[in-house]
Ligand binder design. Structure first.
Ligand SMILES: [Zn+2]
Length: 360
């Protein structure tokens, strides 16, 4: 997981990102619990559990403070209240794991882990589920922001205009990362992916605008402004990853904006102000549904490893979006095997087809 630190969104977008304004830092005291938030969807009877320091232990790559004193809910009770079958313990799993299912699919939760699986695709919770008094307890915002949109939510609906902005990462002097095989640049491959994707989406009835159509420099904030100017219903940013000098990191990731009150999956040293509420947060449920749909389609089409759907605040092109917005890392240019694939037109066509199929 430490390999993440060298990823494309760190090295290259980070190089463009401005340091966060002072007030961010002030609201991002890691020792400070998220503000007590009572969400209306909270079930009537919940257990308030003070979580001992370190109990909701941080994964090694990020310093996640222990879960604040907030509502945790019994998964059994939540399932019952939502007319779902009782969660089932998965026999013989190395870590205690539970499955909860709805007509939309199956969620698998691991006790003590923020990683969960939705229909076989990794998603990341804000806090690890816990066993308390022989029952599975899940953090209230995880139920609201991660379980409910997938298990109970309506299918994805896009605006009637069906306008989509595709954002080929980097461009011009911002070259992105490079292939370990021959130094070819990320900006070239993201543009080609976008150009292949455009006609496929148009065939499916989308009006498609690219944030750049050639080797042009576009600021990250300019890409968000572009989406707004085109009244986009959806925004998808296309990238390739790097963990250089490591050559073993492999697989696909899809990023969406972190829900208010929750810790991000990845921070790469940037401030991660839990209370922050941006327009992006109006689309929390749709962001997640879009991200899992794309991630699933990409993993199935390419056979690359599933590195999961991840929540972030620091990626600038996802900040302040007024539409569902995600960023895809379509494999590792620092991995010789994956770089070889990414350099092949056939593989980039597969990536384009997977994205287009997910948006049908
Ligand atoms: Zn990139």
């Amino acid at each position: 997981m430490l390999l993440l630190v060298a990823g494309c969104t760190s090295v290259h977008e980070g190089s463009e990102a401005q340091p966060p304004p002072q007030e961010w830092s002030l609201t991002n005291n890691a020792a400070q619990p998220a503000p007590p938030k009572k969400h209306p969807a909270a079930p009537p009877a919940v257990k308030i559990i003070p979580v001992p320091a370190g109990h909701a232990g941080p994964p090694p790559q990020n310093k996640i403070p222990p879960a604040p004193l907030l509502t945790w809910t019994s998964l059994d009770r939540w399932a019952k209240e939502n007319k779902l079958a009782a969660p089932q313990k998965i026999p013989n799993s190395p870590v205690a794991s539970y499955a909860v299912s709805s007509p939309r699919g199956k969620m698998i939760l691991e006790i003590g882990s923020r990683e969960a699986a939705w229909n076989g695709i990794e998603i990341n919770l804000g806090f690890a589920p816990e066993i308390i008094d022989d029952q599975v307890f899940v953090y209230g915002l995880d139920l609201q922001k991660n379980l409910e949109p997938l298990l109970l939510g309506e299918p994805l609906v896009f605006g009637t205009n069906r306008v989509i902005v595709i954002d080929p990462g980097h461009g011009g002097a911002n070259v992105g990362t490079h292939s370990v095989l021959d130094g070819r640049l990320e900006k070239e491959f993201t543009l080609d992916w976008a150009r292949r994707l455009k006609p496929l989406l148009e065939t499916n009835g989308w009006k498609v605008f690219l944030t750049r159509t050639g080797d042009a420099y576009v600021t990250n904030s300019g890409r968000v402004v572009f989406a707004e100017a085109h009244q986009a219903d959806v925004f998808i940013s296309l990238h390739f990853n790097s963990a250089a000098p490591d050559q073993t990191a492999a697989g696909l990731e899809t990023y969406c904006f972190t829900a208010t009150g929750m810790p991000s999956t990845v921070t790469r040293g940037y401030a991660d102000p839990w209370p922050e509420k941006l327009s992006s947060n109006d689309f929390d449920a749709q962001n997640l549904r879009l991200a899992v749909k794309l991630q699933g389609a990409l993993v199935r089409a390419t056979g690359l490893d599933d590195r999961g759907v991840r929540h972030v605040r620091y990626i600038e092109v996802l900040r302040g979006q007024k539409r569902p917005a995600v960023l895809i890392e379509g494999g590792y240019l620092s991995n010789p095997k994956e770089a070889g694939k990414i350099e092949s037109a056939e593989f980039r066509e597969k990536l384009a087809e997977a994205v287009a199929n997910a948006l049908k």
